[in-house]
Write a protein that binds this ligand. Structure first.
Ligand code: ZN
Length: 286
């Protein structure tokens, strides 16, 4: 609960016009905001602009923060909306959640991955491959995956940031994971004949993501566990999906370059100082 406490404290100090709180807020949140913006826009310069706009919007509109969510959630939401606006301006017709439904191929391609230490994998060529794989998802799926599996935000928080229902978040997360897993299997997978899917595999499939998140209730959870234990197809599906999430999480080290960060911070600081001056002016003299 550290995040909650320190976010609340930072917010109180921000409202009081505390300059050091402005710095802490930017330090604490800018990289995760940048990762979300960059994930959506696939353009580092544009993502930095979005982060800057986000802090400017936030500091200008501190009054609009109602405290129902954490400061971090609120900043994520502003970032998402700013990125969305740019995305729509760029490609007005892009469907955010994509029409790429789980097709036959996604479901049937369950091949085991070559053994490899995940820690070494997220480097060089492989890191680029992971990046390309996630970048190929529709923007709406990218945002859900980024928040849930990379930034490890809850379903409820992700729903609030993206203005979606929790069940829509779950559906999109499942689609994102399945698509990523399938595409990475083309890269990491070993060619082996997998047994044809049975009816019960198909019944399990819609719950696989929730099963991974331990969000399946009994008796379905037991049935799923039993099925996975004796079905090589679903065992591989589960294993490679879990490894997909691990890989993507390890590969999140995108940060704003130091020089850009300094410049970004200067701009934000200027705006924050201007805001403080403004609110001092309107305050009655003590
Ligand atoms: Zn199965």
């Amino acid at each position: 609960m550290d995040r909650l406490t320190s976010d609340g404290e930072i917010y109180a100090r921000l409202k009081a016009g505390d300059m050091s709180a402005c710095r802490e807020c930017v330090q604490q949140h800018s990289d995760e905001l940048f990762r979300l913006a960059n994930r959506m826009l696939q353009d580092e310069q544009a993502a930095e602009d979005v982060v800057q706009d986000t802090f400017l919007n936030a500091f200008k509109g501190l009054e609009h923060f109602d405290g129902r969510s954490t400061l971090g959630t609120w900043l994520f939401r502003i970032t998402y909306n700013n990125a969305l606006m740019r995305l729509r301006a760029r490609k007005p017709v892009e469907t955010l959640d994509g029409d790429t439904d789980l097709d036959e191929k996604t479901l049937t391609l369950a091949v085991p991955w070559r053994e490899m230490p995940e820690a070494v994998v997220a480097q060089g060529e492989t890191a680029a491959q992971l990046q390309a794989t996630i970048d190929a998802l529709p923007a709406g799926l990218r945002a859900v995956f980024q928040l849930r599996d990379v930034e490890e935000r809850s379903t409820a928080e992700t729903a609030e940031i993206l203005d979606l229902t929790e069940s829509a978040v779950k559906v999109r997360l499942h689609r994102a994971r399945m698509l990523l897993r399938s595409r990475l299997s083309g890269y990491f997978g070993e060619r082996v004949e997998s047994p044809p899917m049975t009816m019960s595999c198909e019944q399990l499939m819609p719950y696989l993501s929730e099963y991974i998140d331990n969000a399946v209730d009994e008796p379905l959870a037991t049935a799923a566990r039993d099925h996975i234990a004796q079905c090589p197809h679903c065992h591989i599906m589960l294993d490679t999906t879990q490894r997909t999430i691990t890989l993507m999480r390890q590969n999140k080290a995108q940060v704003i370059p130091a020089a850009d960060r300094a410049e970004l911070y200067q701009e934000i600081q200027k705006a924050f100082a201007a805001r403080r001056k403004q609110s001092n002016k309107t305050k009655p003299a003590a």
